[in-house]
Design a protein around this ligand. Structure first.
Ligand code: GLU
Length: 544
């Protein structure tokens, strides 16, 4: 018996690899075009770090006229959850990062290089496993989980490297006949790669982000096909990224130490290896300790968090690009209003170590992003968010014409208002335009003075006044109530007055909005309209 017969015994129906090599032709793309992918497992949680990787892949493929595809890595079926694929597809859509190819829903895909879901590629993996078996580069392993555990214990006791390698790789030395007999006797087995590597030799590798790295060669006979017939990550990675013609693998740096194994697999399979870019995780400062953003401890680790909080998609993307390329911030300042697609993203400039996640900075970007939007855009986004997340806000916004005016206050000018960083801020920001205030805090102004101010102001108020006239009337009220007409005047002689025009306008502001800080009061009063302004002022006056 020879290897070929053994391979036939194991995978009698597998097609020759030439079938797939022919079917998935090299892509016809222009020189330098990057083909990259996002390859998550459908475990029900899209991590912000995953979105970050996907964004980097998307930017690189877009910049070079390449292809960005989505592959679902569902070979670990124990970890799979319901709607896992849909969650991933929708997360990319939410961030306006739909792939050019790959899964577009739980069971639909686009592109010529599919299936893009690994569980549907069993035949393909079998062909390539058979190919390795035929060459004697893979073998069936009959060790039971208990035996593997025993090996590990012995290695630990002896304080040596654990794993299935060298003298520990029992089954690699079985004769072909022994293997065939065991199979014919119905013994359970998995398929292992027969590593040609030696631990005492080094390999050098140049990672696009990490730079030059050196590792011992891989000498582990890793599992390639598991007991359930599905491949391991390592084997599927080699087969899929070869057949899908990936040129650049962008993934988390937890895989960096697997590069020696992966390069070996590509080599033994006769494939050209892709380039690798290993991305450092996003870190968090936890009371002075730097640690990875954790799925368990940090709500902001989940991509869904940003949608629920209503942090604008563009802000999240800009923030992530900013982490990836620190030059982005200056570019953004110099190119206000340009699409981020115009930024010349450079993967080589990504930092070797993990960036600290900075929520303050993200929300600050959110403020800037929202400040650049038109009232109509803010309205549409806030409305969409409120439909799912805030019924009260949604009811407020149903009055579209009025809401557009409210959201238009101090917007569109050279210095737009910058007080909303996320859609969940909107309600608190505008609620006084819909409801009368419940509390009034006039601070150092006495109730008596406040009452007088409001009474005087009511006598002068005319909703048709232009802004100068409006302000002059507040000055007139100041004077009438014994307050300084000008702030400057007051500052020169503070003992002369109980306060100045600023205090008077605060009284009016608080009476109308219940707040000491608001956008432009003149605009607020215009939008509220005469009836509401008078009603609110009268009410405060009568209750003081
Ligand atoms: N499924 C792997 C993961 O989620 C993919 C890694 C890769 O991009 O190759 O970590």
């Amino acid at each position: 018996m020879d290897y070929k017969e053994l391979a036939n015994l194991i995978f009698p129906n597998a097609k020759p690899i030439s079938y797939y090599e022919e079917k998935y032709k090299p892509r016809n793309l222009k020189e330098g075009a990057v083909v990259s992918r996002f390859a998550p497992s459908p475990t029900g949680f899209v991590h912000i770090g995953g979105l970050y990787q996907a964004l980097v892949a998307k930017l690189m493929t877009k910049k070079t006229g390449g292809v960005f595809f989505l592959r679902i890595e569902d070979t670990d079926q124990k970890r799979e959850v319901e709607n896992g694929v849909t969650d991933i597809v929708n997360s990319l859509k939410d961030f306006d990062m739909a792939p050019d190819e790959g899964m577009i829903s739980d069971n639909e895909e686009v592109g010529e290089y599919g299936p893009y879901k690994q569980s549907l590629r069993k035949d393909i993996y079998e062909s390539y496993a058979k190919y390795l078996l035929e060459m004697g580069k893979a073998y069936p392993c009959f060790c039971t989980p208990d035996e593997i555990e025993e090996i590990r214990k012995k290695q630990e006791t002896a304080k040596i490297r654990t794993g299935y390698y060298g003298v520990w790789a029992k089954c690699r030395n079985l004769s072909i006949e022994e293997m065939a007999n065991k199979i014919k006797n119905g013994e359970n087995y998995i398929i292992r790669f027969k590593s040609p590597g030696r631990e005492d030799r080094k390999i050098k590798h140049k990672d696009i982000i990490k730079g030059n790295v050196e590792f011992p060669e891989n000498d582990q006979d890793i599992v390639i096909i598991k007991a359930d017939g599905l491949p391991t990550y390592h084997f599927a990675h080699a087969v899929d990224d070869h057949l899908m013609r990936t040129t650049l693998v962008i993934r988390s740096d937890e895989w960096l130490s697997s590069v020696p194994l992966h390069l070996q697999l590509f080599q033994e399979l006769g494939f050209k290896a892709p380039k690798y870019a290993h991305i450092s995780p996003i870190m968090k400062n936890d009371n002075g300790n730097k640690r990875k953003l954790s799925k368990r401890k940090d709500p902001e680790a989940a991509v869904s968090y940003y949608k629920e909080e209503g942090i604008p998609v563009q802000a999240v993307k800009e923030y992530l690009i900013n982490i990836a390329n620190s030059t982005f911030e200056n570019w953004r300042r110099a190119n206000i209003g340009k699409s981020i697609d115009e930024f010349d993203f450079d993967i080589n400039k990504m930092s070797v170590s993990g960036a600290l996640f900075d929520m303050v900075k993200l929300l600050d970007i959110g403020k800037t992003v929202i400040s650049k939007m038109s009232a109509e855009e803010v309205y549409n986004e806030a409305f969409k968010w409120s439909e799912i997340n805030d019924k009260e806000l949604n009811d407020m916004l149903k009055n579209k014409e009025y809401s557009l005016k409210v959201l238009g206050i101090e917007r569109g000018s050279g210095k737009p208002r910058k007080d909303i960083s996320k859609w969940s801020d909107v309600k608190d920001n505008i609620i006084y335009m819909y409801e009368e205030p419940k509390e009034y805090d006039f601070d150092k102004i006495s109730g008596e003075d406040a009452k007088k101010v409001i009474a005087e102001y009511l006598n002068l108020y005319d909703e048709n006044d232009d802004k100068d006239t409006w302000f002059n009337k507040i000055k007139d009220v100041s004077e009438k109530c014994g307050y300084a007409r000008e702030v400057k005047e007051y500052k020169q002689n503070p003992d002369k007055w109980p306060g100045h025009v600023g205090d008077i306008s605060t009284v009016i502001r608080v009476a109308i909005t219940g707040r000491r800080n608001t956008p432009d009061l003149y605009e607020i009063m215009k939008v509220l309209g005469k009836e509401m302004v008078v009603k609110r002022l009268e009410k405060v006056k009568d209750n003081l």
